[in-house]
Design a protein around this ligand. Structure first.
Ligand code: COA
Length: 239
């Protein structure tokens, strides 16, 4: 229950530029409070005092807005920035030095039984409002963008964004391999619109070649009347 005290405080001090002293972290940070209380609830859970564990966990939720099921396994150095709206399911496992922002859900899809929540590796960052749903693994050093919805395993050191989550960086580089490149997938609607735009531009060029761009008479786009008048004037001049 007590062995992670120092790393829980250091997690906040090193990852939140707004945190100034250890005392401030202990007194003011919902993350520190929720994680400490979770360790107590988890101890009760694993020592077969499950109801008491649930009571502690639900009280933590009321105090901090962070709901961590007492069965969830959490490593050292977890930092939950701002906290409100975070949900961590019963069979979730979280490695060391993980950062979660507000509104993150580590949940199940409702389709699995037994292990139904994700396993998060070490040094993972999960952005505000992201949902990681299902019993798969998120590798070490992964970054998950704000509001992403991740439904599949993520390899280590990948950056995942969007809904459904797709890999946009692998070890800091854009995926070179076409199989890995899940960003530049063909978009048939976009391709059709681009093709129509090209045709319209081509037709406009053809029309411009036949009709002068701007009419000297009305100083506007050429109109039939102006063209007729100009032809008649030309005829008069020729005579
Ligand atoms: C995902 C994240 C960690 C990426 O950081 P990064 O490694 O520096 O990656 P980049 O900024 O180079 O972004 C990579 C690509 O993903 C896109 N991207 C980044 N974050 C995104 C997001 N949340 N949603 C959709 N696309 C996103 C970028 O536009 C970029 O696209 P490109 O390949 O077309 O250039 C970061 O953008 C993020 O979302 N962090 C969470 C922050 C947060 O929740 N803050 C809350 C504070 S209260």
């Amino acid at each position: 229950m007590f062995k992670h005290w120092r790393s829980d405080v250091e997690a906040v001090l090193t990852r939140d530029p707004a945190a100034r002293t250890a005392l401030e972290v202990i007194l003011c940070y919902p993350s520190f409070r929720a994680v400490r209380r979770h360790r107590r609830a988890h101890w009760l859970w694993t020592h077969n005092m499950k109801l008491l564990a649930r009571i502690v966990s639900q009280r933590t939720r009321r105090i901090t807005g962070i709901e961590i099921h007492p069965g969830a396994q959490i490593g050292k150095g977890l930092f939950i920035d701002h906290g409100m709206g975070v949900v961590i399911g019963e069979t979730a496992q979280i490695g060391d030095d993980v950062t979660l922002y507000q509104g993150v859900t580590l949940g199940g899809t409702g389709k699995d039984v037994g292990k139904r929540h994700p396993t998060i590796g070490n040094n993972v960052v999960i952005g505000a409002g992201a949902r990681v749903l299902g019993p798969f693994t998120v590798g070490d050093g992964v970054k998950i963008g704000a509001s992403a919805v991740v439904l599949k395993e993520v390899p280590p050191y990948a950056t995942v964004v969007g809904n459904p989550g797709r890999i946009v960086r692998q070890a800091g580089k854009k995926p070179a391999n076409a199989d890995l490149d899940q960003v530049n997938l063909p978009d048939p609607v976009k391709e059709r619109i681009e093709s129509l735009t090209r045709r319209v531009e081509q037709m406009e060029k053809c029309l411009q070649r036949r009709i002068p761009q701007e009419c000297e008479d009305c100083q506007q786009e050429c109109c039939d009347d102006c063209l007729k008048n100009r032809k008649e004037e030309q005829k008069d001049e020729d005579l």
